[in-house]
Write a protein that binds this ligand. Structure first.
Ligand SMILES: *Cc1c(COP(=O)(O)O)cnc(C)c1O
Length: 551
């Protein structure tokens, strides 16, 4: 009896059937298996910011893969599955300084697992119970931070999908027939040139076409100015186009680029009035990172200062909340709880002021006092079957942290950054390039003096790219070193293209002076060893261009 032998840990046939039919309830066995599977991952003895990986070629590796004829033992399968982590980040490492990947709160992991454990499908309430209700509870909670009483939301796989929902809602609003007739040809969307790289692809996915995505130039991290927005808007009107949406930045990973939402709103009001447009563009803010600052909305500087206990941090937070003060006049925003909401993947939310635009015609979830049994998410979501883990973890994070907990989390992230910056400043040859950033990323340069002197090279960009690849190849081999990244042609104050810079993105809170010094010492130590190895001929400079890592 194969089922008996392979799929169940119990002896006789009848008990095997019972076990399988009820596998989620066998918690003891489940936890045992989870433990054993995780042990295989831990057996890799990865101590650093990455599980070591040997380079592999996809095509070669896949060449002989077929479905196994016979089932295999649990142990056998999980031993092999641990392989899946080779080359993957370990954000729990203090040396993980690469990007905004969270260390989730334990309870949010449990919440997500709970939904998996019970195979909950967030498709319609008669299937999923209250997961749509909880999705809307999260939406109302996050929406209430910006002053929306009737917020409506969709949990989705990432910030990119929140942009998708924003574009879809914008099209629904300006061209209600688009769902049946297709998207009119005269629609364009205006976007800050600092916005996420995924927006063009999202425009193509939604059916607009990436050429309809007009990027507005910016000249500082304060984002699009009123004048530049109006100029771009006027230009499109002159061309006979309709501006379906304006998508603003609400904080990015580099420089925390954030537009002034009040200025944007005023500019749009003026332009639509002046031209008697008869429509109002859909306003979305990509606050997948910036949502965390919403928790401070409504506080004046003194109150923020009192809470943060640090003048500089309070000033930065206040400046951001000042710019975000106009979000209540927008139509929607995004929040990535898997970035800075202490949740595991995936836990993004698209939050709209109300359900008007997203649900389109006739698909309203909440109108007319709908009751249990009436909710059908598939009328407005891109997927039909949907996991509910993101909903459960987001709700759990909101309950466990509260507004004050999230405020504290933000302050602590900023405080840790200040401590690391302080340690870096003490190192010879390191220059911090983004002292003024509102975020907690650290952008810095390293002076490779030895190389410049001995090798008489002035190709700073080549040296920087070679150094980062040198570091990453060590990390790929499993060495426990600070894992940071590179920004090609970092624009200092958005002036002319400047220099390659390095970026260090800390996600640990409570970093102290000695931990920070250790990071700083290692960074300069590595730069020194790298230079020595190049000079001695053990290491060569790489002249092929490095593909910039995603941001
Ligand atoms: C990360 C990010 C996105 C994309 O989010 P995913 O979760 O990776 O899909 C979009 N916009 C901004 C500002 C981001 O930081």
């Amino acid at each position: 009896m194969i089922i008996n032998k392979v799929l169940s840990p119990v002896g006789d046939e009848q008990r095997a059937y019972e076990f399988l039919n009820n596998s989620g309830s066998n918690l003891g066995v489940l936890i045992q298996k989870l433990n054993a599977a995780q042990q295989y991952v831990q057996d890799k003895n990865a101590l650093g910011s990455k599980y070591p990986v040997d380079l592999f070629c996809y095509e070669d590796t896949l060449a002989d893969i077929v479905m196994p004829q016979k089932g295999r033992d649990t142990d056998d399968v999980f031993k092999e599955l641990a392989d899946i982590f080779d080359g993957s980040f370990r954000p729990q490492s203090p040396n993980f300084l690469f990007n905004m990947i969270p260390n989730p709160l334990q309870d949010t992991i449990i919440a997500a697992m709970l939904m998996q454990l019970n195979s909950n499908n967030c498709i319609m309430d008669s299937y999923d119970g209250k997961s749509i209700l909880y999705e809307q509870k999260v939406a109302r909670s996050l929406g209430s931070l910006v002053g929306w009483k009737n917020a409506f939301g969709v949990c989705c796989n990432g910030g990119k999908v929140t942009l998708f929902y924003a574009l879809k809602s914008a099209i629904n609003r300006i061209a209600p027939q688009a769902a049946q007739k297709g998207i009119p040809n005269d629609l364009v969307v205006l976007i800050s040139s600092g916005a996420h790289y995924s927006i063009e692809h999202t425009c193509s996915m939604v059916g607009l076409g990436s050429d309809k995505c007009i990027r507005i130039p910016i000249d500082s991290r304060e984002g699009i100015t009123k004048l530049k927005l109006q100029a771009a808007f006027n230009e499109q009107i002159k061309k006979g186009k309709k501006v379906a949406a304006i998508i603003c930045c609400g904080g990015t990973t580099i420089d925390f680029l954030c537009e002034n939402t009040r200025h944007i709103y005023d500019a749009v009001v003026e332009t639509t009035k002046r031209h008697k447009l008869g429509y109002f563009p859909y306003l979305h803010i990509d606050s997948v990172i910036g949502w965390l600052w919403f928790t401070f909305l409504g506080m004046d500087f003194e109150q923020i200062y009192e809470f943060a206990g640090n003048r500089e941090i309070a000033l930065k937070i206040f400046n951001v909340t000042n710019k975000l003060g106009g979000v209540k006049n927008f139509d929607s925003f995004g929040a990535d709880m898997h970035k800075n909401g202490l949740c595991p993947y995936s836990s993004s939310f698209f939050i709209a002021k109300d359900q008007g635009a997203i649900t389109g015609q006739g698909a309203k979830l909440l109108s007319g006092k709908k009751n249990y049994g009436d909710a059908r998410a598939f009328n407005y979501t891109i997927e039909n079957s949907r996991p509910s883990g993101g909903i459960a973890s987001a709700w759990t994070a909101l309950q466990r942290m509260g507004i004050e907990g999230f405020r504290q989390y933000l302050v602590e992230l900023m405080r840790s950054t200040e401590i690391i910056k302080h340690a870096l400043r003490k190192q010879a040859g390191i220059r911090i390039l983004n002292e003024q950033s509102y975020g907690w990323e650290i952008v810095f340069s390293i002076k490779f003096q030895l190389l410049e002197e001995k090798m008489q090279t002035s190709d700073d960009k080549c040296i920087a790219e070679s150094f980062i690849q040198y570091l990453w190849s060590k990390i790929d081999k499993g060495e426990d070193l600070p894992n940071f990244s590179i920004i090609k042609n970092y624009r200092k104050d958005f002036g002319p293209l400047e220099e390659h810079a390095f970026i260090l993105y800390n996600m640990q809170i409570g970093v102290n002076d000695s931990a920070a010094s250790q990071i700083a010492d290692q960074v300069t130590g590595l730069a020194a060893v790298f230079q020595q190895e190049v000079i001695n001929g053990f290491q060569s400079l790489v002249y092929t261009e490095l593909k910039a890592p995603i941001r």
